[in-house]
Design a protein around this ligand. Structure first.
Ligand code: ADP
Length: 174
């Protein structure tokens, strides 16, 4: 039997922490479905299609890893895709309470689908998409934190923003 697990997230954008977990799960599951949530309520920096494209590019050509968009109740989406487990990552204590609540709620709805938590490499235990965006917004180095395609995309995003901010400041100084 092929074992499939689903790894949902906003991936705004995908980081080396996400990729570290995907690699570890791939060693255990025959198929890992990376599910990019549209999640407009989180006010993501990148539209869903761009987050999907960055994630696809980052995971490479492994046929055992699929990257898809989703916009429905996760547990229903997981069942439709034949997944036996929801895969989540745990950073330092910050993730625990929220993750436990979601995992137990999902179990109540569909007890046959388990939620499995994994710790990332120690190098990524404090890494989040928000921290990456904050560093990049000030022109700081993110090459050790995200794949090269994402680094390029972040640089382009924040170069444009800095340029238009500078232009506005110049205008208001006149
Ligand atoms: P969400 O909007 O669901 O929090 P994210 O894309 O931020 O989406 O994260 C998806 C999952 O990956 C979550 O389970 C989160 O805890 C986990 N995760 C993200 N970054 C890391 C990391 N550096 N180490 C471990 N888990 C992580």
């Amino acid at each position: 039997m092929r074992r499939s697990g689903i790894y949902p997230g906003t991936f705004d954008p995908i980081t080396n922490g996400h990729l570290d977990l995907i690699r570890r799960w791939r060693a255990v599951f025959d198929r890992v479905v990376v599910a990019v949530a549209r999640n407009p309520q989180k006010g993501p920096l990148y539209p869903a299609k761009e987050r999907l494209a960055m994630a696809r590019d980052a995971v490479g050509g492994d046929p055992g890893i699929e990257v898809v968009l989703f916009d429905e109740l996760l547990i229903d989406f997981a069942r439709k895709h034949g997944c036996i487990a929801i895969l989540r990552g745990l950073r330092a204590v910050s993730d625990f309470e929220y993750e436990l609540q979601i995992a137990l709620t999902n179990r109540q709805m569909h007890p046959e689908i388990e939620t499995i938590f994994l710790a990332p490499s120690i190098h990524y235990i404090y890494l989040s998409s928000s921290i990456v965006k904050e560093i990049a917004s000030y022109g700081g180095p993110v090459s050790a934190l995200v794949p090269p395609g994402v680094e390029k995309r972040l640089r382009a995003t924040f170069c444009k923003r800095t340029a238009s901010r500078n232009l506005k400041m110049k205008g208001s100084a006149r």
